[in-house]
Design a protein around this ligand. Structure first.
Ligand code: ADP
Length: 164
């Protein structure tokens, strides 16, 4: 694996949306392997347990040996070093995303200079899609099928029957 180009795609993925799917699809030709890594943040509990998020993303990419799904609770840079990844994949939907992402990328560079953050611009048609929009729709019992892959919607229905 060491000589392979491994990218970590870190995020909350609470839940995984069509925006995330598009990013992974477009990043696949750039890397040998993409590790979708669900970051556990002690301060942010999230709507779905990490294992539920992981299961839904694993089902989505079942059969694709170049995509793995993991959960981590360390600094992203430390996680990358541990698994031998030299790239961090992130998406940019707006200038606000860039402001936020730039700071994180600079800190990661400081921590692990050999790791590059690679940004892909969001597909304009999907730039309005975010996990927080999906969570808001769920709280108001609105449909989410336009924003998440059907496997993810199915997992949400199993976990949260009255909300999906
Ligand atoms: P985080 O809490 O770390 O921001 P998210 O799950 O919200 O985690 O997002 C993970 C990554 O996916 C971020 O880089 C974010 O900018 C990107 N992303 C989220 N939604 C979209 C989208 N619709 N199009 C492209 N990238 C996206």
């Amino acid at each position: 694996m060491e000589t392979q180009k491994i990218a970590v795609f870190p995020g909350s993925f609470d839940p995984f949306t069509n925006g995330h799917v598009d990013l992974v699809r477009r990043a696949l030709p750039l890397f040998d392997h993409i590790m979708v890594a669900i970051g556990i943040n002690g301060e942010k509990k999230g709507m779905f347990p990490a294992q539920v998020r992981q299961k839904s993303i694993q089902e989505l990419y079942e059969g694709n040996a170049r995509i793995t799904v993991d959960v981590f609770d360390t600094l992203t840079a430390d996680y990358c070093r541990r698994i031998g990844a030299k790239f961090i994949l992130r998406g940019l939907r707006s200038a606000a995303d860039w402001e936020y992402e730039q700071g994180i990328a600079l800190v990661n560079k400081q921590l692990q200079p050999e790791i590059e953050t690679v940004f892909l611009a969001a597909d304009p048609a999907l730039s309005c899609v975010s996990s927080s929009v999906v969570r808001d729709l769920l709280r108001h019992q609105a449909g989410i099928s336009a924003f998440v892959p059907s496997v993810v919607e199915q997992t949400i229905r199993e976990y949260f029957p009255c909300k999906a």
